[in-house]
Design a protein around this ligand. Sequence first.
Ligand code: URA
Length: 211
Amino acid sequence: MYPENVTVINHPLVQHKISMLRDIHTGTNEFRRLTEEIAMLMGYEALRDLPLEDVEITTPLETCMTPMIAGKKLAVVPILRAGLGMVSGILALTPSAKVGHIGLFRDPETHEPHEYYCKLPDPIDLRTIVVTDPMLATGGSAVAAVDFIKQHGGKTIKFMSIIAAPEGLERLSKAHSDIQIYCGHVDRQLNENAYICPGLGDAGDRIFGTK
Ligand code: URA
C-alpha cells in the first residue's frame, strides 16, 4: 500500500499517544512529553537494523562474547524548529549520538525551501543519520533537508515523522527512494494552507507554546 521505503509504526502505544497529541486540549507540557515519548517508541523500531558485533565482556562470573552496536554511529538531525521536539526521545535510546541541525525557510514567492542554517557532525558519511520532523506535510522541507545531508556526504539516512500527509510521503519516497521513512500515522490530506488534516495543528507552536 505504501512505497517500499515507508514504514508506518502501527503500535497501539504510538497510536494512543498520537491521539492525545491531536487533542486541542493537550497543553504545551504534555504535548512536549508525548512528542518525546512517541519519538522514542518510533526510534526503537526505526533502529532495529543497527548492526551488532560481539565484544568481550567480563561479568562478575566469567568472560563472554556479547553483542553491542557496531561500526556505524548515529547522528540525529532535527529540521528546525519542530524537529527539535523529537531529539530527546531518540537520545534517550542512543545517548552518545551526535546532533546536527538544519534550518529551512520557505520562499514566499516560489514556496521553495532554502537553507538558513546547517550544522552537521563532521564527518557524517559513516553515521546513520536520523532526520526528525514531526509533520511530513508537502514534503518540500524533508526533500531539501535530505538533499543537504547527502551533499554533505550523508549516506545512510532515516527520516522520522509522527504524522505524514499522503502527498508528502509520496514526494519524499520518490525523491529519495534510498532512505528509510518512518511515520506514526498517515493522515487524510493537506488543506489549502498545507496543514495536515486532521493533523494536530502547528507542531512547532504546540511544542514551544508559541502563537
Ligand atoms: N507543519 C505543522 O506543524 N503542521 C501541519 O499540519 C503541517 C506542517
